[in-house]
Design a protein around this ligand. Structure first.
Ligand code: 5GP
Ligand code: MN
Length: 347
């Protein structure tokens, strides 16, 4: 935890030791990292004798339901009474994998209104002041990596058993695309070493996460690649879009589009990939990039979003065709950046 002040870590440990009823909150549309960190930390807190509960803002994809503790999680979106009852009794809130109240969407007002101590552990850039104690390290691969190091720093390594390790490993594996990005710091592998020492079955976790899709999802992927992908060589960009009708035709379930945004990045020369999907009356966007191309800047400047340099997201109220048009016009402004990557031989 070399990037975090010792005083911050000490305060975080004190908050945990001094409080009994602890609520852990991951971000809206929680991913493998947000949930892995949440369920992993919950188990550790329970071994320390705490009443610990995870309240997620909304449901998450089925391919993450196997995570230990998933069945006991409370979903704010559809279990409001239980969630509020638990929050009223809470004496510590722990925010994992987000650093801005906007990321918990409709839970925001209730959570901001609670006058209990708050601890945040997160790896996203530009943290807002959302907690009394904030462990923020943008160099970390994942929040799950940070949670692993934090547990060790606090002297609770013996509480990391196979179940805890399977949660935290899931977070690290999913947030690094199985160690293909965001994973060049030795600290990531130090965390893995701690987790693997429990004897956790890494290959089984990989299988649970990546080989757990429906037939329909594979068909949708084929359709997306064949009919809904556009490649723009002069901007080193390719994107995929799916309309509501497309989703209906393939009996879409939450999580089915997981990973689609990464697919165009395997085209030689592509450094920027986008995925557009119609959701309610919005278009939700995911961006992925390679090297120094700033996916988060585009998400933040044009599409009400943000994220990491190479993995970001946003949304717009524009119809799909307009959203795509805007996206293509933004690419023009980055022509010099694309050319620069090509000229310098990076691409
Ligand atoms: P994904 O494409 O997997 O939904 O999101 C990738 C990353 O982009 C997330 O880890 C998060 O950091 C960021 N992100 C996605 N959607 C949004 C959004 O609407 N707002 C902000 N600020 N960040 C987002
Ligand atoms: Mn994360």
């Amino acid at each position: 935890m070399k990037n975090i002040d010792e005083s911050v870590l000490k305060s975080a440990v004190s908050l945990i030791l001094e409080n009994k009823n602890i609520i852990i909150i991951p971000h809206h549309n929680p991913d493998g990292d947000a949930l892995g960190a949440s369920f992993g930390l919950r188990l550790v807190l329970q071994s320390l004798g705490k009443n610990a509960r995870v309240i997620a803002p909304n449901d998450y994809p089925e391919f993450l339901h196997w995570l230990p503790g998933s069945q006991e999680a409370t979903i704010w979106f559809r279990q409001r009474k239980t969630a509020i009852y638990a929050l009223e009794k809470a004496d510590l809130l722990i925010f994992l994998d987000f650093n801005d109240f906007g990321r918990i969407e409709k839970m925001k007002e209730t959570i901001q209104g609670l006058s209990v101590p708050k601890l945040m552990i997160d790896h996203h850039p530009y943290p807002k002041e959302i907690a009394d104690v904030m462990i923020s390290d943008t160099n970390a691969s994942s929040t799950s990596e940070l949670v692993t190091h934090f547990i060790k720093w606090a002297g609770f390594t013996d509480k990391i058993n196979k179940k805890v390790a399977s949660c935290l490993l899931t977070g690290i594996v999913t947030d690094t695309g199985s160690f293909s990005y965001n994973s060049s710091h030795p600290e990531t592998y130090e965390a893995l070493s701690i987790l693997l020492k429990t004897g956790v079955d890494k290959d089984k976790i990989y299988d649970n996460v990546y080989n757990n899709y429906s037939f329909q999802r594979m068909q949708l992927m084929g359709f997306a690649l064949n009919q809904r992908m556009k490649y723009i060589p002069k901007y080193n960009t390719a994107y995929i879009y799916l309309t509501k009708e497309d989703l209906k035709n393939y009996n879409f379930r939450p999580g089915d589009s997981e990973g689609f945004v990464n697919l165009p990045l395997s085209i030689k020369g592509v450094v920027f990939a986008a995925f557009f999907m119609e959701k309610d009356d919005k278009v939700k966007m995911s961006f992925r990039s390679k090297f120094t191309f700033p996916a988060n800047k585009i998400a933040n400047d044009y599409f009400n979003g943000g994220g990491h340099l190479n993995a970001a997201g946003g949304q717009t109220n524009l119809p799909m065709a307009e959203a795509i048009k805007q996206f293509e016009s933004v690419l023009k402004e980055y022509k010099a950046d694309f050319d620069n990557l090509t000229k310098t031989g990076i691409v």
